[in-house]
Design a protein around this ligand. Structure first.
Ligand code: HEC
Length: 162
């Protein structure tokens, strides 16, 4: 899974910075597909990932961050997709934000915030509640966390696993 980073010319640290920038740009808007950076990521995704199939078919299943990394790597190594170094992170972050999946029983707060579209504070509340009370059994259990907007949870319901 790491191979794509190593094969590429861009050092891992530079990739990390790009990923962080893209993440901040997307997370900053909360729900977030309307900042200029988020729009640019969407354009990159559509341009790069609809060359061989529609972008709708790409989005037919939600995936975790690791699974999206695997998919992108597979597209490059086995299908011959060409992805510019500087476009890799924005595309990955776009996919994770819009078509991501997150396990609320194991994920870190930042990933929960990004995928469910919560504020950092709300995501921290979920992690704290989990530490204090054990794993969430289902959506209903998640809804009992104080300080988390139920409308946001409802909106991302299909992105959440347990
Ligand atoms: C050069 C052509 C090409 C490009 C560019 C490309 N893909 Fe693909 N992709 C394919 C082919 C061919 C398949 C079908 C393979 C198969 O039958 O499983 C596929 C299948 C997929 C699938 C379905 C895989 C599955 O197991 O269900 C996903 C998801 C996907 N691509 C995502 C992407 C994403 C994201 C990008 C942009 C980063 C991208 N693709 C760019 C050729 C491409």
């Amino acid at each position: 899974m790491r191979a794509i980073w190593e094969r590429s010319g861009t050092p891992l640290r530079a990739r990390g910075v790009l990923a962080a920038l893209a993440l901040v740009a997307i997370a900053a808007a909360g729900e977030a597909q309307d900042t200029p950076a988020a729009k640019a990521s969407k354009v990159m995704f559509e341009k790069t990932c609809s060359a061989c199939h529609t972008s709708e078919s790409v989005a037919s299943a939600r995936r975790t961050r690791d699974q999206w990394q695997d998919v992108i790597e597979e597209m490059v190594s086995q299908q011959g997709a060409k992805i510019a170094d500087e476009e890799y992170s924005p595309i990955l972050e776009y996919l994770v934000s819009v078509y991501g999946k997150v396990n609320v029983n194991t994920a870190q707060a930042d990933e929960i915030a990004q995928i469910i579209g919560l504020s950092p504070k709300e995501a921290e509340a979920i992690v704290k509640f989990r530490k204090d009370n054990g794993k969430f059994a289902d959506f209903e259990a998640l809804g009992k966390v104080p300080g988390v907007d139920p409308k946001k949870l409802e909106k991302s319901r299909d992105a959440i696993s347990y």
